[in-house]
Design a protein around this ligand. Structure first.
Ligand code: HEM
Length: 463
């Protein structure tokens, strides 16, 4: 479906026509309903009021848009009519002024520098590491063992991104750094869920102090690595890891990234590049254990395409059912559950003027579960993504990676990683998750609120 029209800044002649929405309390607006359960709140807004709805978070005027044409308009208007996502203080301590955090010309330069290091050709080079790390996990698992799936997937995706970024240079520091990143990530999530978001930047809560201590550990190690690589350009490095590529990158005026810029980008790829994929993989295992037929089809595909050997980057395109499983898990449980853009002066949407400062939300959670685009929306049905599926999924109804110019830089990396991890692990083991859908927790990301327990079962007599 093509988008209705591109963004426009010429709203002077357009009226601010009211858009319906739920009643809110004085001062609080809809804060309580949103805070209690934002996912259910968004679905209710769409069902009760339609494709665009006005509501408020305290004094902040908000809109939820749910039609793909409106979503396309917001996404394509980012940087012109809309400012990209608001950023929390704690996230900035880790991501600094990276591509994820910057705007305008600064963002364009950084995107141009970082995009090449995760383009499909480079991702192919990272694939062997993804399979190696997954194989190490299957070497550790035992038939009948009980595991916490989310924790296992976080350790796995953390190891994959760390080795992709830094090769084997972290050595024995891997665990300490992983722990520091986990602390930082937890504090960022806590802040995103609570009043921390509204604290002034000078405030030092115990959580912020923990975050700063973790950030200092990460900073020291990354700066050590950057200095070592710069000092020893002819070292044993093969130039194959992401850090080498960031250090070698030049903008269109031939300038390299500074050490601080390399630190910010590396940290951002690390933080953005593992928890998202770990959550997605956790849902893959949960959903597969609710659908024996999907799992059987997966095992059949792996045996037909791979015939018992380990997957490689070349197999990605051939593992079509595995891709469908991953896409369907990202539909039902999108780790990024909402995109937020702030309307600039003169912004328009669907031919109406939008007041400057309005927070415009597009929710993956509610759009991915809209029965207009996804029949039987709550059912796990990987076949809806098959090339010969009868229903075409319209553009901008599935957007786990966002879209437009600010679309996720690591989308290809994440999809290849998820498919290769699922393929490698399922050749030896399946995971039987405890019955019952895990409760959800929403912060910066949407994730299981509690551990997701599963029993590991060997396929064809694997240990
Ligand atoms: C399933 C896994 C992932 C999901 C669901 C996801 C989702 C997203 C979303 C929703 C955005 C914002 C897009 C927008 O505003 O339109 C984003 C941005 C970004 N993601 Fe991902 N992501 C994933 C994996 C990754 C990986 C593996 C990496 C790096 C290796 C990565 C790096 C980034 C970066 C750098 C940005 C900022 C792009 C910019 O602002 O120009 N992501 N991601």
């Amino acid at each position: 479906m093509a988008s209705r029209k591109g963004p426009s800044l010429t709203s002077a002649a357009l009226p601010f026509r009211p858009v319906p929405g739920p009643r809110g309390l004085p001062l609080l607006g809809n804060l309580r309903a949103f805070g209690r359960d934002p996912l259910a709140f968004f679905v209710r807004l769409r069902e009760d009021f339609g494709d665009w709805v006005t509501w408020s978070l305290g004094p902040k005027r908000c809109m939820l848009v749910s039609h793909p044409e409106l979503i396309a308009e917001v996404i394509s208007g980012v940087e012109q009519c809309y400012d990209v996502r608001p950023i929390s203080w704690s996230f900035k301590q880790i991501a600094g002024d990276s591509v994820l955090m910057s705007r305008g010309e600064d963002w364009r330069r950084k995107r141009g520098l970082v995009q090449p290091v995760v383009r499909p050709r480079q991702v192919r080079a990272y694939a062997a590491n993804m399979v190696e790390c997954s194989t190490a996990l299957t070497d550790r698992w035992q038939d009948g063992e009980r595991v916490d799936v989310h924790r296992e997937m976080t350790e796995l995706t953390q190891r994959i991104i760390l080795r992709t970024l830094f090769g084997n240079d972290l050595g024995a520091n891997v665990r300490a750094l992983g722990d520091a990143m986990t602390v930082a990530q937890r504090e960022i999530s806590v802040e995103a869920r609570g009043i921390g978001l509204h604290l002034p930047s000078w405030a030092r809560t115990p959580g912020r102090r923990r975050l700063l201590r973790a950030g200092a550990i990460l900073d020291a190690e990354i700066h050590r690595l950057i200095s070592a690589r710069r000092a020893d350009a002819h070292s044993a490095h093969t130039g194959e890891d992401l850090l080498d590529r960031l250090l070698a990158a030049r903008d269109d005026q031939g300038r390299h990234l500074t050490a601080k810029e390399v630190r910010d980008e590396a940290m951002t790829l690390w933080i953005a590049g593992h928890e998202t994929t770990s959550i997605a993989l956790t849902w893959v295992w949960y959903l597969l254990s609710t659908s024996p037929s999907s799992r059987a089809e997966l095992i059949e595909e792996l045996s037909r395409v791979l015939g018992g050997r380990l997957p490689t980057a070349d197999d990605y395109d051939r593992l079509t059912w595995t891709q469908c499983v991953v896409k369907e898990a990202l539909r039902l449980y999108p780790p990024a559950w909402a995109l937020i853009a702030t309307a600039r002066p003169g912004a328009t949407l669907g031919g109406r003027a939008i007041r400057a400062g309005t927070l415009v939300w597009c929710s993956q959670w509610s759009t991915h579960r809209d029965p207009r685009w996804f029949p039987a929306p709550t059912v796990f049905r990987p076949q809806r993504w098959a090339a010969d599926a009868p229903d075409v999924v319209p553009d901008h109804t599935w957007f786990p990676f966002g879209g437009g110019r600010r679309t996720c830089l690591g989308a290809r990396f994440a999809l290849v990683e998820a498919v290769l991890v699922v393929a490698t692990l399922t050749q030896r083991f399946v995971l039987d998750c405890a019955p019952g859908a895990p409760a959800l927790m929403t912060g910066l990301l949407m994730q299981p609120a509690e551990p997701v327990h599963a029993t590991v079962r060997g396929v064809d007599g694997s240990r």
